[in-house]
Design a protein around this ligand. Structure first.
Ligand SMILES: Cc1ncc(COP(=O)(O)O)c(C=O)c1O
Length: 282
């Protein structure tokens, strides 16, 4: 198993690349003037990445975060230079957020439907994985948030590595796997929505594996113990899915499997506390 450490990016996640790519695209399309404003509905990794990249590029970033967001996350976004607007979590709230962006004259990044999000991983992450694994990748396993990473890397691997098994990972009971959504929460992975970016390219995906939050936490611990990689919850979900595929015999023991560590364990104090408690109990 090879793990690409995307938490080494400047704000600590794979979203730095996607955001820079999406901003470049908006600028190239003439939708973003110098000193202009860009907005996104996110309180997670994308929010941090956008706040950071916008500031560097001399743009304003407005982030719509849900009212329950922790003070730590809000503080990080603001420290990086983003402006925070709190909103609710219903579809109507989301629509109101989009209207508010328009009123403020901000371009909407809309990562869940933005082709440039996928292209960042097709032209960047996927190409790098191929190079770093010397052209042989037997399987790629990745959690689905917008689906940008999974489909972008998959498209590249299909073109250049041939018969790679492409595996998406989703929280058990998610809408993506035909469930009601909201049954299990693994931060960064989509549970209630079916992002259009994923839906339009789901034919690239050979298997969609459902995992629970507890299995994902087990995966985080296994990755730490076996490889010394301290990754976040969604990476643990990918490890848990891979373990299941190995047990089923769908992935052979000698296979070269690629994973992306989207972010770092230190971003999840609750999860780190859980693992600490387990170690204390032995
Ligand atoms: C921690 C984490 N893992 C995985 C993902 C999924 O990435 P993508 O949106 O490219 O599907 C995200 C997306 O926000 C994330 O924050």
């Amino acid at each position: 198993m090879c793990v690409k450490l995307e938490y080494a990016n400047p704000t600590g996640s794979h979203k730095d690349r996607a955001v820079v790519y999406m901003l470049r695209r908006l600028a190239a399309e003439g939708l973003l003037e110098p000193g202009g404003c860009v907005a996104e509905i996110s309180s997670g990794n994308t929010a941090a990445a956008l706040a950071w990249a916008a500031r560097l590029l001399g743009l304003r970033a407005v982030l719509y975060v849900d009212r329950g967001v922790s003070g730590v996350k809000r503080g990080l976004i603001e420290a990086l230079g983003g402006e925070v607007v709190e909103y609710g979590v219903t579809i109507a709230d989301r629509e109101a957020a989009v209207e508010d962006m328009e009123r403020r004259g901000c371009a909407y990044l809309h990562q869940a439907g933005n082709e440039a999000n996928m292209l960042a991983h097709y032209e960047g992450t996927g190409r790098e994985i191929l190079h770093q694994m010397h052209g042989r990748v037997d399987a790629f396993v990745m959690g689905v948030g917008t689906g940008g990473t999974l489909t972008g890397v998959a498209a590249r691997l299909r073109e250049e590595a041939g018969n790679t098994l492409i595996v998406g990972v989703t929280p058990r009971g998610s809408r993506l796997s035909g469930g009601p959504g909201g049954v299990e929460v693994i931060e960064g992975l989509s549970s209630h929505d079916i992002p259009s970016l994923y839906a339009s390219r789901s034919s690239l995906v050979d298997r969609l594996v459902e995992v629970t939050a507890a299995e994902a936490a087990e995966g985080v611990a296994a990755l730490l113990d076996q490889a010394g990689v301290a990754a976040g919850h969604s990476t643990g979900a990918a490890v848990a899915a891979l373990r299941r595929l190995v047990e089923e015999g769908a992935v052979g023991r000698g296979w070269r499997v690629a994973l992306v560590a989207a972010d770092h364990l230190s971003r999840y104090p609750g999860l780190a506390g859980l693992l600490a408690g387990r170690r204390r109990r032995g």
